[in-house]
Ligand binder design. Structure first.
Ligand code: BTN
Length: 254
């Protein structure tokens, strides 16, 4: 069935719908290397054979059950030092999408951009940027959203919209909603502090004392927010410390 994205202004108007691919992000980057796709081009896969996550992680998603898609944007004057603004916008867009479908659920962002419901991951975001001079000129925004998958290798770590709501969802409808939210957030002109405030409002474990793994040791502290570089701010007995991605993990239980 042909898919048309009809609810956005430009996102997904050019849509590449693939039955099977290694990774939509990799496909998008290869496309960018050889052509100039339209701003807002969406690559959607029914099945990913080698879905990629943050760092060296893999993203496993059952065929035809979930959304695995990448969006190509050409940001207008987005300074590379402000790259976290894009992360915040996309994470907030996924939260807004889920709020539309999940009733009475706390939907949170686990820093930097995992989306959590009920202490479990429901969506992941992988943004890959091309920088030219001071600016991000091309951005591939990959999103994996668990919609109708009900079996995961570890059900204590992952969840889906169907598990949470006990009903299945039409993938096309959820995709339309997701793309509208992403486009609206992407086009929004919130300042960095405004975005930080909205992002922090939805931050998982904020203000809750918890143990974190830092290098080989365990530190106790509470997340108080993020700074303007997108580093995680944790208040410990030594005061407030800023951590980079992959420098800190949420301990054995998270
Ligand atoms: C993470 O949680 O570490 C990020 C997961 C991102 C998964 C999506 S699925 C669509 C796009 N293509 C990929 O290979 N990865 C992203």
């Amino acid at each position: 069935m042909a898919l048309f994205i009809y609810k956005t202004k430009f996102t997904g108007k050019s849509l590449i719908h693939l039955q099977q691919i290694d990774s939509t992000n990799t496909y998008a980057k290869e496309l960018l290397a050889k052509t100039t796709p339209k701003n807002g081009t969406v690559i959607l896969a029914d099945e990913q054979l080698n879905g990629r996550g943050q760092g060296t992680n893999i993203w496993k998603s059952e065929a035809r059950k979930n959304i695995t898609a990448s969006i190509i944007y050409f940001p207008d004057k987005l300074l590379a030092i402000n790259h976290f603004m894009l992360n915040m916008k996309v994470a907030l867009a996924v939260v807004a999408t889920l709020k539309q479908y999940l009733n009475n659920q706390l939907i949170q962002i686990k820093w930097p951009n995992d989306i959590y419901v009920d202490e479990k991951k429901i969506a992941g975001i992988l943004i890959e940027n091309t920088i030219s001079g001071q600016f991000i000129t091309k951005s591939v925004i990959g999103i994996g959203l668990n919609v109708n998958q009900t079996h995961f290798l570890d059900l204590t770590l992952a969840t889906s919209m169907q598990i949470v709501e006990k009903t299945s969802f039409d993938l096309n409808t959820v995709l339309q909603t997701l793309l509208v939210h992403i486009e609206n957030w992407y086009m929004s002109d919130y300042s960095k502090p405004e975005l930080q405030k909205k992002y922090e409002f939805n931050l998982y474990l904020k203000n809750i004392t918890h143990s974190f793994m830092y290098k080989e040791s365990i530190i106790n502290g509470k997340i108080i927010g993020v700074n303007e570089h997108g580093q995680l701010l944790i208040e410990t007995t030594n005061g407030i410390e800023a951590f980079n991605q992959r420098e800190i993990s949420f301990g054995l239980s998270r």
